[in-house]
Design a protein around this ligand. Structure first.
Ligand SMILES: Cc1cc2nc3c(=O)[nH]c(=O)nc-3n(C[C@H](O)[C@H](O)[C@H](O)COP(=O)(O)OP(=O)(O)OC[C@H]3O[C@@H](n4cnc5c(N)ncnc54)[C@H](O)[C@@H]3O)c2cc1C
Length: 238
């Protein structure tokens, strides 16, 4: 697959909304150049201040070539988090995009299993929206496992549930590791559900995104089940 070449962009913040008390969705409308062509799953590098840049996956699907959605967990409260918190609609930003190779292998006819913790969901939103709306040849089963801690950490749930209702080949498993007693959904970590619900590890491509701790744990468990290295792709956020 040929990946598009990265370029410098200037863009303007056209929307900024909180998704939870620590996650912000920010839309950048591109100004120069005005269009970004990328492959779902790719990321961008945002210029924060002199010598400081932060990587962000692109949450919007590639069909949105003029507006790019970022979804940022600001709980680390380092320079990148403070920059996002301080952004206002109308601010100009500079970025380099598209970057990275965390993209779906659309030539593969294997089932696609995606595993995310926290904002590790971001590249999968773009991939899933793109894959499901794509050509009719894209009929592979897609399963998204998403792990969060508390009920108040949840966002985009209705959106993924609506996609699962519309596309019979898409399944969405949301699990909370520290829910309240009244939570009626899945409990525990993504890994608990993944290794109970998935039966055929050999005919599956795995995509992992989030913390190094989660990615390393899942990879170890997959390799112990003889999943080839070539069927496991990862994006480490921290
Ligand atoms: C390819 C790539 C794509 C990324 N995409 C996204 C994205 O779409 N959304 C997003 O929110 N972040 C994303 N990140 C993480 C992001 O780039 C920053 O690392 C993060 O926002 C912290 O930046 P900071 O300047 O606030 O804190 P820093 O000063 O850089 O980090 C402070 C501390 O927090 C840790 N840390 C970083 N992120 C987290 C986290 N989420 N939870 C807990 N601890 C953390 C760091 O390891 C460090 O110890 C991505 C990272 C990479 C490499």
């Amino acid at each position: 697959m040929v990946l598009p070449k990265p370029q410098h962009y200037t863009a303007r913040v056209s929307a900024k909304v909180p998704l939870t008390n620590k996650v912000w969705a920010v839309t950048f409308t591109l100004e120069n150049p005005q269009e970004l062509h990328f492959i779902a799953g790719q990321s961008m590098m945002l210029h924060i201040t002199d010598g400081i840049n932060r990587s962000m996956s692109i949450a919007s699907p590639p069909r949105d070539i003029k507006n790019i959605l970022m979804c940022h967990d600001v709980s680390p409260m380092g320079p990148g988090s403070k920059w996002t918190l301080g952004l206002n609609v109308g601010d100009q930003v500079s970025l380099v995009a598209p970057l990275g190779m965390f993209v779906l292998d659309n030539q593969s006819h294997r089932k696609k299993v995606m595993i995310a913790t926290g904002t590790g969901i971001v590249p999968f939103r773009s991939m899933i929206m793109d894959y499901l709306a794509g050509p009719a040849t894209r009929q592979n089963e897609v399963v998204l496992y998403w792990g969060l801690r508390h009920e108040e950490d949840i966002y985009w749930r209705e959106e993924f549930e609506a996609l699962a209702g519309k596309y019979p080949n898409f399944h969405f498993v949301l699990t909370l590791s520290k829910p309240t007693e009244t939570w009626a959904g899945h409990r525990g970590r993504v890994t608990d559900h993944l290794f109970v619900e998935e039966k055929n590890f050999i005919d599956t491509d795995f995509y992992l995104c989030g913390s190094k701790a989660m990615v390393d744990e899942v990879k170890k468990a997959l390799f112990s089940r003889n999943v080839p290295n070539t069927q496991v792709k990862q994006e480490l956020f921290f």
